[in-house]
Design a binder for this molecule. Sequence first.
Ligand code: PNS
Length: 162
Amino acid sequence: MRRAVCPGSYDPPTVGHLDVIVRTAALFDEVFVAILVNPRKQGLFAIEERVEMLKEITADLPGVQVESFSGLVVDYCRDRGAQALVKGLRGATDYDYELPMAHMNRHLTGVETLFLPGAPGQVYVSSSLVKEVARGGGDVTPFLPASVHARLVERLRLNPPV
Ligand code: PNS
């Protein structure tokens, strides 16, 4: 059984994240979408909400499971019997950020990291940019799965930027 982990913050999940998950699911028998619980960083969405959003948008993908995790991603991979981490690369900045982690994770447990090139039309899409544009009143409809977009609009309606 080939198992992969797609780790991330997913605050919120974008169409770029979903693209990587879909492509990973086509390559592996099982995929664990793993949301990092980071006590040092408070997100716009609670971890439970991110789990719900990711479950909604991956519901029709066989073999995909969504979970949160704490601690090191290599330990999570070992617990789930996953041989690989899969990450999307939008460009050189992502590569520079991801490469040391890939080396470190392989050093720690031997887990491999596979990089998928971001879909050409989505390389400028990130959770942080989407939140910034949405807070400023810009239209972020194309960058989010519909159910995630609806949650973001509602979140900003209830907590308007000051
Ligand atoms: O979506 P992000 O914020 O770019 O995801 C980063 C993430 C969660 C993949 C990365 O920070 C991570 O794997 N954190 C878990 C803690 C860990 O294992 N740190 C050592 C990495 S070498």
